[in-house]
Design a protein. Sequence first.
Lengths: 391, 212
Amino acid sequence: MTNQEQKQYRTKLIRDASMMQKKPDRVPHVSFFVTWKILDAGYKLSEAMNDYAIMEKVVRRHQEEYGFDAIFEYGGRNAIRIPAALGGTTYSINDEAGTVNYKDKAICEHDELEELAADPQNFFYEKGMARKYPCWADGTVTAEDVQRAIDEQSKFIQYHINITRIMNEEYGMPNFTAPNGFAYAGLDFLFNTIRGIKGLSIDMRRDPAKVEEAIAALNELYFTPGLNVLKNAPEGPNMDYCFDYDITLLCHTILNQKQFERFLWPDLKAVLDVLAEKKKTLRLFMEGSSKRFWEYLKDYPKGMITMHPEQDDVFDVRKELPNCAILGGMPVSLLGNGTRQQCLDRTKLLCDELGKDGGFILCQDKMVSFRNDANPENVHAVCEFVREYRP
Amino acid sequence: MVDFEQLKQSMGELDEDAVVSALNEVMADGGSQAAAAMQACQEGLNIVGDLFASGEYFVGDLIYAGELMTQAVEILRTALAGEGGAEKGRMIMCTVKGDLHDIGKNIVIAMLEASGFEVLDLGIDVAPETIVETAKKEGIHIIALSGVLTLAIDSMKDTVNAFAAAGMRDTTKIIIGGAPVSPEACKLVGADAWAHNPQDTVRTCSDWAEAC
């Protein structure tokens, strides 16, 4: 097969599995390896994350070594150079231990929610930037600093354009998600960037109405425009991509049922309804356990949602959500600590039980980040098995 | 006169205004009922735990409960000085080496303290040798290790091995908790128990404290 044919074959494998209309030629296998691939290639995290030439070598090697059908991440998840240009330290890297930690930092205080809701952009400029970047706080920020951050943003985008082209043309890799806009729900924005886990937990109890006001204001700026792009997209799936849309949900991990219904579900439902109306597909990664919210997903059309559960049992997903395709099933704990045979047994079980009629894409259950998350020998064994096996 | 049964219920319902108002009333009355008020708050926290176990509350509610409990202790602090003690004894809790997450740890500590433990919080990113040395120095036999990242499993294993190397494994009970923890991980680590929620941690540690 030429690289172009390979790309088409892989895209079709994943489309067939996710849309649940046809059993794919074999079970597709997606890489959810993130920083692990840097360590696996013999580099320090800080080396690769600060140098796009090294990151390109890392991504190339990852595919040359293991031969996945798609790679979720080409080295851009932890974009450290952009905040670093302004002296920000969102990520904490420890090269000796091979670890990267994300700092949960609130840029807005509880009693500032009203001010945030009144004018989010002004709030970010006046207060948010100062709390994120010391040079903004002490007034020493210069036009050169800002230009450097903008340049870093450009380099980051350019790297992604280049690596995507390289992986398409030289490795026959499919593109993961179609460019259909990006609707960032206000609550997830508050959770991830503005108030943090602790702050938002307190806000939702102490001042739920103010949380709603903040969500509405943020949605006007970010969510609604993104949703409108989706609404105006042509009907039907874009078959040049594995998925039409991608949602990674994090904030549900702190929500009780009532909070989910009040603060998140209206926005999530809005996106899901448009996707259903437009006959498009979605990969939905839900961090932690999401089982308590599956009820909300069970009535969407068959093959619209591909569930990627982090902690929940994939066999439960198939039983409870027969309308959803499944991405996942391979525990990182097994790849890291299990034997080669245990990994192969698990892979065969997944292919036989979940893949025999289609609707299943093998993938790791968690982002594979740290050195001991996976034993390379096990990864090789699983990749080879899936390529050859026909359930 | 504060209705302590009502205070307990208010804490269980996470009704901040009612809890703070009742505690301020206790202090305005001279603080002689502070211990009883704290007891009611602790019992209210058990209601929170039960509601979490039943699925009505979730993680955000536990975080808020921890915040409310901290506020309660702050209000009653001067009146509680010198009162009581750790009825279930002392234990250590921390987030293991390489992991900087502390929210889960702090929730569990609040629940453990509410149930009667005095918890020595060693913080985050704590090396095995620090945990072993502290346990040795303080004569503590119950250890709770927390972690969110998958690498925490390795650090938990290193910590258990460090207790064994120090000849303290047979006299120390170790529970591990957090997102990457599972029965398989517990076996791999060599811990005595595992938990995904604070209630199970409190129950296990209480059983151990009782058996000591």
